[in-house]
Write a protein that binds this ligand. Structure first.
Ligand code: DX5
Ligand code: ZN
Length: 221
């Protein structure tokens, strides 16, 4: 039985008062902060920078679940490992040297994740499975919060889950983009166990953040 993990997407939090949102997320029992790093090249947007993470790191013991939406992971990996990332996830679409990138993350003592855009077929994972800790299955095209969920991706989560199970590997399956009441049940059934909470859940504005975090965990458990 996979343990359920909640990773709250900081890009969806209140930038003008991040620390109090982080405290509420801690109180609400999330496991990780999902830190979207965008370089304006792999995605047409910018998000979160090195100085912010440097300031945030000593403020919380929540795990830093760093999601690179950047073109050159080999540049970003050492920088964000040094900033205190716990999990470093890069997009398979941004490099052909997956094994080298993954081993450089592992050599820095971090967990390694691979992210796939909605249209990227799962078989790209075939020869790298033994080396990774997590697959981040994008359920929207990356780059912006609040985008429309791509339902075809549920099938891909099922395929990835069966690929992992057939190898008796213990790899987390994370889902990211439009994750909320309507989509969690489908994704959970398909095999996801890490849920990235954004504007469709914790940061929807319906509830105060701590309450919303507790409700989201109930939905995911
Ligand atoms: C999108 C990011 C997601 C996003 C999630 O590029 O990777 O983490 O912040 O937010 P929602 O769930 O609102 O799309
Ligand atoms: Zn993300």
């Amino acid at each position: 039985e996979e343990t359920i993990k909640i990773s709250a997407s900081l890009d969806c939090a209140n930038y003008l008062d991040l620390l109090s949102d982080i405290r509420k997320l801690e109180e609400g029992g999330v496991n990780m902060l999902h830190l979207d790093i965008m370089d304006g090249h792999f995605v047409p947007n910018y998000a979160l920078g090195t100085n912010l993470l440097r300031k945030l790191r000593p403020q919380t013991s929540l795990l830093f679940d760093v999601h690179f939406m950047t073109s050159n992971p080999e540049v970003s990996i050492p920088i964000f490992a040094d900033l205190g990332a716990d999990i470093i996830t890069f997009h398979v679409e941004t490099t052909s040297r997956l094994h080298q990138m993954v081993s450089s993350i592992k050599n820095l003592g971090k967990k390694a994740g691979l992210a796939l855009n909605p249209s990227t077929p799962p078989d790209i994972l075939e020869y790298i499975f033994p080396y990774i800790d997590m697959v981040l299955v994008m359920t929207v095209d990356p780059g912006f919060v609040g985008q429309k969920f791509v339902p075809e991706v549920v099938k891909k989560v099922q395929i990835i889950k069966s690929l992992i199970d057939s190898r008796h590997l213990n790899i987390d399956i994370a889902v990211d983009g439009g994750i909320g009441e309507k989509t969690v049940p489908l994704l959970k059934k398909a095999g996801a166990n890490v849920f990235i909470a954004g504007t469709s859940s914790i940061f929807s504005g319906k509830d105060e953040i701590e309450i919303a975090a507790r409700k989201f965990r109930e939905l995911c458990e």
